[in-house]
Design a protein around this ligand. Sequence first.
Ligand SMILES: *Cc1c(COP(=O)(O)O)cnc(C)c1O
Length: 428
Amino acid sequence: MKLYNLKDHNEQVSFAQAVTQGLGKNQGLFFPHGLPEFSLTEIDELLEMDFVPRSSRILSAFIGDEITPEILEERVRAAFTFPAPVVKVSDDVACLELFHGPTLAFKDFGGRFMAQMLTHISGDKPVTILTATSGDTGAAVAHAFYGLKNVRVVILYPRGKISPLQEKLFCTLGGNIETVAVEGDFDDCQALVKQAFDDEPLKQQLGLNSANSINISRLLAQICYYFEAVAQLPQEARNQLVVSVPSGNFGDLTAGLLAKALGLPVKRFIAATNVNDTVPRYLESGEWSPHSTRATLSNAMDVSQPNNWPRVEELFRRKTWRLSDLGYAAVDDETTKETVRELKGLGYLSEPHAAVAWRALRDNLQPGEFGLFLGTAHPAKFKESVEEILGESLELPEALAERADLPLLSSIIPADFTVLNQLLLKSK
Ligand SMILES: *Cc1c(COP(=O)(O)O)cnc(C)c1O
């Protein structure tokens, strides 16, 4: 697969290079040169297949020239170890639940596939994944790389500034996962990571990689669960399908649109955001004017400058689709709370992100259409909010409950690069 840099189309890379580098020059995103398309017959065949073999076939359409089908299927099997069930919420609406992985959020799909691709590409060469987290991405990265050979993972987070449950989720693993509590805030952690990446000899010596959230391998992995969703829907829903995606950085929506570009029968997508509504306002007025970011209940979508948006625009341009066909809605916290309660009334326990998506869908769906919204996180992941909204207590899922009793293994360091440098050079 050839990809080009959206900021400089002359910079062309292979899939292996794009995965290893993450970003191109001037922080440009990589975008696929060829956009494969399946015939109607092929789509029908794909929809008959099981999740893992089907996903390998889909991914082969992009990266089959760099990875053999056998290896790809093996890697996909190692990454996608949990299901993505479609659960009916009402007669014409269902939720695609993407939160049955080890960290209870959809980022497990992309993170785990990226880990498989990075380790495949680097072969026997040791790599060090160094990343800073304010909570969630760290957990997904830690679990994705946990136990993989020749990989050392070092995750920095601000000491005392992430939720105790989040900390338990990834700071209790041990093995090849090292967690570092920094005496400072998230920006300090990011600055330390940046200093390490700017230190060229250190970078070379350790084989530093950031396992970045804009990595193209994540998006490719996410295409697969849109097919999995359609495969589970009744035949008559297929050409009347409207999909609502709760969006922050717009990676998930990009993947859905790529699935449509491949030929998946989706009539329309809806970009659902919270009050960080740069994209809905842009689609409404044609003006790109990000406000400063506001904290909301659906905090994984508190993004005002969504970094995958250039990929969405490029895809519309390449396919000559019209941006005006993209649905959109912004949902505030009050409405989100009401919606979590309303869904509970329908017998469906959700959390703020999924609620935003359902709300946008409900307000947008036309008679005769079938709606699907993405459940991006397990309700227990947002336990405090959900309990407060519903006025009842939630049980922790087993994966979390087990971790809650394990000791934290993090080292504690000041926000000082010389200390981090020593830690990085000390082999475990
Ligand atoms: C990351 C995240 C989102 C937003 O996904 P993007 O791909 O950044 O748009 C939505 N919900 C949850 C729970 C998330 O963790």
